[in-house]
Design a protein around this ligand. Structure first.
Ligand code: ZN
Length: 459
C-alpha cells in the first residue's frame, strides 16, 4: 500500500468529507465535563457514556450497551460503552479501546479558554479531553464512518470498548474484563490512548514501563536519645536511610541494583534540550544516567523516592531518630517481571543495611511493563496503514509511564495482539492546562484506523 494507492485516495477523500462532522462531534463530547474523579459530579460521566453510545449506534454498530462492574470496594464502576458488530465467518475480531472520562481541569486560571468549551486556535482544538481521550473515541467512530461512507462493511468483527474511569486508575477494569470476557474477546486490540512521535510523524507505542513500589524502613535505636549524649558512636536513622538510598544509584546516576536490568536502546531519541525544557530541570543541573535519553526514560529502570517519614524541621530537637522510612517508586522496563524487580530491590536493600541497621521492606503496588513483539501481522498492518495515511514511515516509541490496564487486557486475552496507538503529539498537554488535539493529526489517525481495519481483514 502506498501513498498514491487509489483505494487509499478514495478513502482519504471520504475522511476529508466527513471530518467536519467528526470535529463537531468531538466538540460536543468535550462540552460534557466527564471527570471521573470522585469529587466531581458523576452525572456528567453518565451523560458522556450516553453520548458515546449514540455515536457508536450512528456509526453502524448494531449492538450497543452501557455496562458497569463493581470496584474492589463494592461501589459501582463508571459506565463503559461496549458496541459490537460480529465478525464475518473466518475474519478476526478487533477491539477498539478508548476512554470517555477526563482528568479534572485543574487551575482554571492556567487555561487560555474554558476547559469545557472546545476552542479551535490555529490547527489545534483546545479543551479538556480534546486529546485524552475523546479524540481516541472519535478516531474509532470516524474510521467506522469512513468505511461506511465508502460502502464497505468493516470486514472484521468490531468491538468498541470505551471505558469511563481510566483517569481514576480503572478500578473496575479487571472485574469488567472477567464479567464480559466473551463480549470483549478479540484477536487484535487497538488502544488509542497514547501519542505519536511528533506532528507529521506517526508512531506505534511498543514499550511502556511497569511499576513496583513499596516502603523501606530503617531502625537503629529502641527509642530516641539525646544527640549530644549519644551522637558519634551511633548514626541516627535519617543519616542511615540517606546512606541506604544513596546506594541505589552509582555516581553517574545509573540505577545500581543487581537484577534491575535494562531492555535495548530505542530507535529514536529525545533531544537533550527538549528534555531539559519539558522536565523543567534547572540550569546547571547535570542529567543522570548514561545512554540515550529515550533509553533512560523508556527501556532502563528508574528509582525515585516519592515520600519520606523523618522528623520534620519544625519539630526538630537534639535527638537521634530511632527510625526512618521512605517510599520507593521503581519504573521497570519491558521484559522485567514486577516480582523479579521487587525481589532484586529487597535483596539490595537488605544487603546494603548501613551499619547493620534493621532494614524492612514492605511491598506496595506492582504493574507489569508492556513490550510489543518485534513484529506481528497486526503490527505490519498498522505500520502500513500509518505510512499510507501520513505519507511518512512510523517509528516505534516507548512511554516512560504505565498504562496499567494493558496488563489486565493481556492477562484476559493473552493471545491477542495489542497495538498501542494514539492521537496525541508532544504539544497535546494531556492532563495539563490548555490540552489540545492537532486536527490534522486526528484526520490522519481516522484514515489510518480505517485503513488498519481494512488491512486486518487478511492479517
Ligand atoms: Zn488517556
Amino acid at each position: 500500500m502506498t501513498h498514491s494507492d487509489p483505494d487509499v485516495a478514495a478513502l482519504r477523500a471520504h475522511v476529508d468529507e466527513l471530518f467536519p462532522a467528526v470535529q463537531a462531534d468531538l466538540e460536543a463530547l468535550v462540552r460534557i465535563p466527564s471527570v471521573s474523579a470522585a469529587a466531581f459530579d458523576q452525572a456528567h460521566v453518565d451523560a458522556s457514556a450516553d453520548a458515546v453510545a449514540d455515536l457508536l449506534r450512528g456509526a453502524g454498530l448494531p449492538d450497543v450497551r452501557i455496562l458497569r462492574s463493581p470496584r474492589p470496594d463494592g461501589s459501582p464502576g463508571a459506565p463503559a460503552v461496549v458496541a459490537r458488530r460480529p465478525a464475518p465467518d473466518g475474519a478476526p475480531t478487533v477491539l477498539l479501546y478508548a476512554h470517555h472520562d477526563v482528568q479534572p481541569p485543574g487551575d482554571a486560571e492556567a487555561w487560555s479558554s474554558d476547559p469545557f468549551e472546545p476552542t479551535p486556535r490555529g490547527e489545534r482544538l483546545f479543551g479538556r479531553g480534546a486529546a485524552d481521550d475523546k479524540a481516541g473515541v472519535m478516531a474509532h467512530v470516524g474510521a467506522l464512518r469512513a468505511l461506511a461512507r465508502a460502502g464497505e462493511e468493516p470486514g472484521v468483527g468490531v468491538t468498541v470498548f470505551v471505558e469511563g474511569e481510566e483517569e481514576s486508575g480503572s478500578p473496575s477494569f479487571a472485574r469488567f474484563l472477567a464479567d464480559h470476557h466473551e463480549l470483549l474477546a478479540a484477536d487484535v486490540i487497538v488502544v488509542a490512548d497514547s501519542t505519536n512521535w511528533k506532528v507529521g510523524v506517526p508512531a506505534l507505542t511498543t514499550s511502556l514501563r511497569g511499576l513496583v513500589d513499596g516502603v523501606v524502613s530503617v531502625e537503629v535505636l529502641d527509642h530516641a536519645v539525646h544527640s549530644g549524649m549519644f551522637g558519634g558512636p551511633v548514626l541516627d536513622a535519617n543519616v542511615l536511610i540517606s546512606r541506604l538510598i544513596a546506594t541505589l544509584h552509582d555516581d553517574a546516576g545509573n540505577v545500581a541494583v543487581d537484577g534491575l536490568v535494562s531492555a535495548g536502546e530505542p530507535e529514536v531519541d529525545y533531544a537533550e534540550a527538549d528534555f531539559r525544557a519539558d522536565s523543567s530541570v534547572l540550569d546547571g543541573v547535570r542529567l543522570a544516567g548514561e545512554g540515550t535519553i529515550a533509553g533512560r526514560l523508556w527501556t532502563k529502570p528508574a528509582i525515585a523516592v516519592i515520600g519520606m517519614d523523618a522528623t520534620d524541621v519544625a519539630h526538630a530537637s537534639n535527638t537521634l531518630a530511632p527510625r526512618a522510612a521512605a517510599k520507593l517508586s521503581v519504573r521497570i522496563p519491558p521484559g522485567l517481571e514486577p516480582q523479579a524487580a521487587e525481589d532484586a530491590l529487597r535483596r539490595h536493600l537488605q544487603a546494603h543495611a548501613p551499619f547493620g541497621a534493621r532494614v524492612t521492606w514492605t511491598p506496595g503496588e506492582q504493574g507489569r511493563a508492556f513490550g510489543a513483539p518485534a513484529d506481528s501481522a497486526a503490527m505490519r498492518a498498522a505500520r502500513s496503514a500509518f505510512a499510507a495515511s501520513w505519507g511518512v514511515e512510523p517509528v516505534d516509541i516507548g512511554v516512560g509511564g504505565s498504562i496499567p490496564f494493558i496488563a489486565d487486557l493481556l492477562g484476559a486475552f493473552p493471545d491477542a495482539s495489542v497495538l498501542v496507538t494514539g492521537v496525541e503529539d508532544p504539544d497535546s498537554r494531556a492532563h495539563g492546562a490548555n490540552e489540545s488535539v492537532h486536527l490534522g493529526e486526528l484526520r490522519h489517525v481516522v484514515l489510518a484506523e480505517a485503513l488498519l481495519l481494512r488491512g486486518l481483514r487478511t492479517a
